[in-house]
Design a protein around this ligand. Structure first.
Ligand code: LMR
Length: 396
């Protein structure tokens, strides 16, 4: 049965971790995967998480099956982060949230459900997009196309081309959008541009799927959710995949959520029943620990405030690393203008490095970046930034 199985290529992002882990050079630096490290280069355990876990450890709790849709308080908290605490949609029972296995799990459940209800649609992702978007929606059975997004000549957004493309799509087609901190480019539309995107999507009857894996890493939790609220306000049937992997530094707990905005409570009840079947036939129901911790933080005022301030610290540290990188590149004699790095949002910088330059960084310097030239600024720190800047300067 296995004789014809072909060897698959390594995953473009997680495959880098495998290579990095096997690298024995002590000076190696992992700027590949989107993971936040602190100034000491350590994966942080947030104080808010520690407090919640200590609280949890005080009592032995049984581990029965969770409901298919997950922990109710987790879902409520995740939804409030997207739509606001006083959301009319939530109050009217028109918004559904399902605890999911990370942002990827949320995308997968959404993709499978969409394939069931909208099988002839095509999916459109930004050019470029997160490497896994195409693979994930293709696996769910969709044809996946690219819409224009990044303009390499300006290091910015090709907004006119993006909008013109959306305008050609037939009703029902699915558009994957990054609600903030675009992965991999760090280039987001302005809010005015978002309004035009949302209006086009509504007018054309397209189905938006907002991926928000980096909420809090742009301008703040509330600010970064503005785009989700915009789609909600316009009464557009919308899918949202959200993730707490980065914002809680709980990558291995697979804490994410799928939220679906419906036209009425009655519609939402029907959607709920079908998405529960999708989850049941994928993994039955989600795990308890990570969801419980996140739920405790989201639903406790003090812990929430603690978390929000830790998130702000992470955001500020990434910003300071952006400035440091630009400065150090100059100090290392780079004459190209890298100021665009300062305007990019979130964890990533789309550096403009070519695949050949990325390979040299990896082979000659033990510095790992994604082949597209994406580097994770959140993995830079005062100890490794000199070596990274020097290495980048040497391959440019
Ligand atoms: C990334 O883009 O590096 C992260 O979202 C991690 C992943 O799963 O690819």
């Amino acid at each position: 049965i296995f004789s014809n199985v072909e060897l698959a290529p390594r995953d473009p992002i997680l495959g880098l971790n495998e290579q990095y882990n096997a690298d024995t050079r002590p000076t190696k630096v992992n700027l590949g995967v989107g993971v936040y490290y602190d100034a000491e280069g350590r994966l942080p355990v947030l104080k808010a998480v520690q407090i919640a876990e200590q609280e949890l450890a005080k009592k032995v709790s049984p581990r029965g099956y969770l409901p298919i849709e997950g922990i109710a308080t987790y879902d409520k908290g995740a939804q409030a982060l997207l739509l606001g605490k006083d959301s009319e949609l939530s109050k009217a029972g028109r918004a559904l949230t399902f605890q999911a296995l990370g942002g990827t799990g949320a995308l997968k459940i959404g993709a499978d459900f969409l394939k069931q209800i909208n099988p002839n649609a095509n999916v459109h992702i930004s050019n470029p997009s997160w490497e896994n978007h195409r693979a994930l929606f293709e696996r769910a059975g969709f044809t996946v196309n690219n819409y224009p997004y990044y303009d390499a000549s300006t290091h910015g957004l090709d907004f006119a081309a993006m909008l013109a493309y959306l305008d050609t799509l037939p009703a029902g087609d699915i558009v994957i959008l990054h609600a903030c901190c675009h992965n991999p480019t760090g280039v987001d539309p302005s809010f005015e541009q978002w309004e035009q995107i949302a209006n086009t999507i509504k007018a054309k009857g397209l189905i938006p799927f907002l991926d928000i894996a980096y909420q809090g890493f742009g301008d703040g939790l509330e600010e970064d959710a503005k785009v989700v609220k915009l789609f909600a306000r316009l009464d557009i049937p919308t899918f949202v995949s959200s993730s707490f992997s980065k914002s809680f530094s709980l990558y291995g707990e697979r804490v994410g959520a799928l939220t679906i905005l419906c036209a009425s409570k009655e519609e939402a009840d029907r959607v709920l029943s079908q998405v529960k079947r999708t989850i049941r036939t994928n993994y039955s129901n989600p795990p308890t620990h990570g969801g419980t911790v996140v739920s405790m933080v989201l639903n406790n005022e003090e812990l929430f405030a603690q978390w929000e301030s830790e998130l702000a610290e992470m955001r500020d540290r990434i910003r300071s690393m952006r400035s440091a990188l630009v400065q150090k590149l100059k100090e290392n004699g780079v004459t190209q203008n890298f100021d665009f790095v300062l305007a990019q949002r979130g964890m990533f910088s789309y550096s403009g490095l070519t695949q050949a330059q990325v390979e040299r960084l990896r082979n000659e310097h033990g510095i790992y970046a994604v082949n597209s030239g994406r580097i994770c600024v959140a993995a830079l720190n005062p100890k490794n930034i000199d070596a990274v800047a020097k290495a980048i300067a040497s391959v440019l």
